[in-house]
Design a protein around this ligand. Structure first.
Ligand code: ACM
Ligand code: ZN
Length: 624
C-alpha cells in the first residue's frame, strides 16, 4: 500500500501559494515500488563532508558499496566511520546504517526503513541484505546523474525527504542468462549482476551448458572446455547456420575457469545475489557429447553445434542407461557443488529428445531390467538419480517443468516455463515453484513490432510482462517461491543486445517480484521507468525504447488494406506517411485506422512525446 503523508492544511491563501511553490514533492521514482512511501518537505544534500556511519563492522561491505556508488559520479571521497553505541546524537550530514536500534519495530530479514530528513539519513535494518536494498532505494532517490561513469561537476546531489518502509513480496527474484548459445566475458557477467542488484533481484540463474557450448571448467573432465567450449563461427539467424565443415576450426566460444567462477560468485554475494548454476541434462548436451561421446547412446562422433538445425537428427541427449553417465555427473556435480554455495543446483531437464533412447539397445534393456515403462519414466528415473547425486553433495534439485513428466523427484523444485501449467501441477503436489512462463517472462521475445526490432520469435511486450500475476488462483501462495526472467541468447551475440532485451522488461519483473500486487500501477510504473531510462543512459546500460513505438495491426476489408495503430503508453502522437520520406511531428497525425492508398509505398511512422520525436522511424509493409 502506498501511504502518502497528508499534506498539512494551510490557512491563508498567501501561505497556500507560498507552500505550493516550495513544497511540491519531488517525484519518487524507485523501482521496484516500495511498500510504503511517506513524503516530507525538504531534501538532504550529499556533499564532500557527508559521513557514512555504521555501529558495527557487520554492515561494512554495504557501507563501502554505498560510498563507491556515491563517489563515482560525485567525485567525493566519502569515508566510512563507526558511530559509538552510546546515546550521542547522530551527527548532521550523515547517513547511518543501523542494524542495532530497530526502534522497537520488528523487521524481516530483507526489509528496511529508509528515513531521509534534511539533516541526516537513517537506514534501519535487520540484516546486511536489508541495508543493501535500502541503499538501492537511496541511490534511486538521487538525480539520474548519480549513475554516471565519470565525475559530474557542479551538480547538487539532493535526496527528497521521505520515509520508506519496504520488504519483498517474493523470496526468489531471478534473472537467467544463457552464456552457452553465446559466450559473455567475466566482466560482462559482472555488469549483468550489477544491474540486477540495482533492482533488488537476488537470484542469478546461470545457464552454463547447452548444445552450443560448455562454459565451466571441470578439472576432472578437461575436454568439456577444451572441446565443448568452442564451435565454428557463424553469424546471422540461428537454426539456419551451416553445419561445421570438415577441417573447419572451432574458434568461437570461451569458458570460465574455476577461479573466475569463484570471483563471480563472490562478486554476486557482495550484491546479495545468489547464483544458481544450471548444467542442462539429459537434453541440450551436445557440447558435452562432443567432448565425451561415451555419454551418448550412439557413440558419436559429435561436434559442438554452431546454431544449425539438428533436432531429432543428431543426438544431443545423454544416455540414461549408462554407468559412465552417472559417474561423470557425480564428478561434475561434485565440482559444481564445491564452487557454488547456494543450496540449489539446476539440472535443466527440458526438451530432452528421447528418440535416440528408443533406438538404443542399452536403454531398452535398462527399461526392462528396471521395470521402466516408457521414455518419460526413463527421464524421470534419470532426474531422480540426479536428485540423489545432488543430495550426496548436500544440494537440492531444481529443474524445468519437464521434470514432472514420468513422475517428479520427491524434493524437487520446479521452474515453470511452458506457461503456468507445470507450476500449478507441481504446487498442487506440494512442491515449490518458480514462475517463469515464457509468454511473459522470456526476455528473448520481441518487445515491439518485428518491423522495428531485431529478429526473434513471439511477443512479450512490456505491458505483458508487467501485468502478469504470477500466483495462479487456487494455489497455496507460499509454494510460489518467486519469479524469474530468462534471457536465452540464440539470437544475441552482442552483450549490448543482451542488455537491450533485458531492460526495461526486467524492471517490470523486478516490480512484480518485490512490490505488493495491489501497489502495481502501469502508468505510474511507466513514468518511473522513463526516469530509469535516464539512469541507464548515464550508466551506459543499453535498454529498449520499444514502448515508444506504435503497435501495428493489418486487416483486410473487401479489397482494402487497413492499418490500425495504437501505443502501449499514454501521451504519444503518431505521425505517418505513405510517400516514402521519414515523417516528423509535422506530418499527418494518426487519428483513425488508415486505409492504404492504391499503389502506396510502405507506411512510415514515427511517434512524438511533447512534440519531439521519441520513437524509431519505422517502415511498415503495406503488403503483408
Ligand atoms: C526452455 O526454454 N527450454 C526452458
Ligand atoms: Zn541409451
Amino acid at each position: 500500500m502506498i501511504k502518502l503523508a497528508p499534506r498539512p492544511v494551510i490557512i491563508s491563501a498567501i501561505a497556500l501559494s507560498l507552500f505550493n511553490s516550495i513544497s511540491t514533492f519531488a517525484k519518487i521514482n524507485v523501482i521496484p515500488k516500495p511498500n510504503s512511501i511517506s513524503e516530507k518537505n525538504g531534501s538532504f544534500t550529499v556533499n564532500a563532508d557527508t559521513k557514512i556511519l555504521t555501529y558495527t563492522s557487520i554492515l561494512n561491505s554495504e557501507a563501502q558499496y554505498l560510498a563507491s556508488q556515491l563517489n563515482r559520479a560525485t567525485g567525493f571521497d566519502l569515508k566510512i566511520a563507526t558511530k559509538s553505541m552510546d546515546n550521542t546524537p547522530t551527527p548532521k550530514n550523515s547517513i547511518l546504517l543501523d542494524n542495532v536500534a530497530l526502534q522497537s519495530r520488528s523487521l524481516k530479514e530483507q526489509a528496511y526503513i529508509l528515513d531521509v530528513s534534511t539533516e541526516k539519513i537513517g537506514i534501519t535494518v535487520a540484516s546486511p541484505q536489508g541495508a543493501f536494498y535500502a541503499i538501492q532505494s537511496l541511490l534511486q532517490l538521487l538525480p539520474p546523474e548519480i549513475e554516471s561513469k565519470s565525475i559530474i561537476k557542479n551538480k547538487k546531489w539532493t535526496i527528497p525527504c521521505v520515509e520508506i518502509t519496504d520488504a519483498p513480496r517474493f523470496d526468489w527474484r531471478g534473472l537467467m542468462l544463457d552464456v552457452s548459445r553465446h559466450f559473455y566475458t567475466k566482466e560482462q557477467v559482472k555488469t549483468f549482476i550489477d544491474q540486477m542488484a540495482r533492482y533488488k533481484f537476488n537470484t542469478f540463474h546461470w545457464h552454463l551448458t547447452d548444445d552450443q557450448g560448455w562454459r565451466i571448467e571441470i578439472k576432472k573432465y578437461p575436454k568439456l572446455t577444451e572441446i565443448g567450449a568452442f564451435r565454428v563461427p557463424r553469424q546471422g539467424y540461428w537454426w539456419t547456420f551451416d553445419a561445421p565443415q570438415p577441417d573447419e576450426k572451432a574458434t568461437d566460444g570461451g569458458f570460465y575457469t574455476q577461479e573466475e567462477i569463484r570471483e563471480i560468485v563472490d562478486y554476486a554475494a557482495k550484491r546479495h545475489i545468489t547464483i544458481v548454476p544450471e548444467i542442462d541434462v539429459p537434453g541440450h548436451s551436445m557440447a558435452a557429447l562432443a567432448a565425451y561421446p561415451q555419454l551418448s547412446c550412439g557413440g558419436g562422433p559429435f561436434t559442438v553445434n554452431p546454431g544449425s538445425k539438428f533436432y531429432g537428427q543428431i543426438e544431443n541427449t545423454i544416455c540414461p542407461s549408462n554407468d559412465f553417465t552417472y559417474k561423470f555427473l557425480d564428478d561434475v556435480f561434485a565440482e559444481i557443488a564445491e564452487l557454488f554455495p547456494n543450496s540449489y543446483i539446476h539440472i535443466g531437464g527440458d526438451e530432452a529428445h528421447k528418440g535416440f533412447w528408443s533406438k538404443c539397445p542399452r536403454c531398452q534393456q535398462f527399461k526392462k531390467d528396471n521395470n521402466i515403462k516408457n521414455e518419460h519414466e526413463l527421464q524421470s528415473y534419470f532426474i531422480k538419480r540426479m536428485e540423489k547425486i545432488l543430495a550426496s553433495k548436500g544440494k537440492k534439485l531444481i529443474g524445468w517443468d519437464e521434470i514432472l513428466e514420468g513422475g517428479l523427484a520427491p524434493n524437487a523444485r520446479v521452474m515453470s516455463w511452458r506457461g503456468t501449467a507445470g507450476g500449478i501441477k507441481a504446487a498442487k503436489m506440494g512442491h515449490e515453484v518458480v514462475m517463469t512462463p515464457s509468454p511473459y517472462y522470456y526476455l528473448d521475445l520481441y518487445q515491439g513490432d518485428p518491423a522495428a526490432e531485431p529478429k526473434t520469435y513471439n511477443m512479450a511486450r512490456l505491458t505483458d510482462t508487467y501485468n502478469f500475476e504470477p500466483v495462479p488462483d487456487g494455489i497455496d501462495a507460499k509454494l510460489i517461491l518467486g519469479i524469474q526472467g530468462n534471457l536465452w541468447t540464440e539470437e544475441i551475440s552482442e552483450f549490448r543486445h543482451a542488455q537491450y532485451m533485458t531492460w526495461p522488461r526486467s524492471l517490470a519483473i523486478a516490480e512484480s517480484a518485490w512490490s505488493q500486487k495491489e501497489d502495481k500501477n502501469w502508468p505510474d510504473f511507466v513514468s518511473r521507468a522513463e526516469n530509469h531510462f535516464q539512469r541507464m543512459d548515464y550508466g551506459q546500460i543499453k535498454y529498449a525504447r520499444s514502448i515508444y513505438d506504435p503497435i501495428f495491426k493489418t486487416t483486410k476489408k473487401d479489397d482494402q488494406t487497413i492499418i490500425t495503430l495504437s501505443t502501449e503508453i499514454e501521451g504519444l502522437t503518431i505521425h505517418y506517411t505513405f510517400e516514402g520520406a521519414d515523417p516528423d511531428g509535422f506530418y499527418p497525425q494518426y487519428t483513425k485506422p488508415l486505409v492504404v492508398p492504391k499503389n502506396a509505398q510502405d507506411l512510415k511512422v514515427v511517434t512524438c512525446q511533447n512534440g519531439k520525436i521519441i520513437g524509431k522511424t519505422i517502415t511498415y509493409p503495406t503488403v503483408k
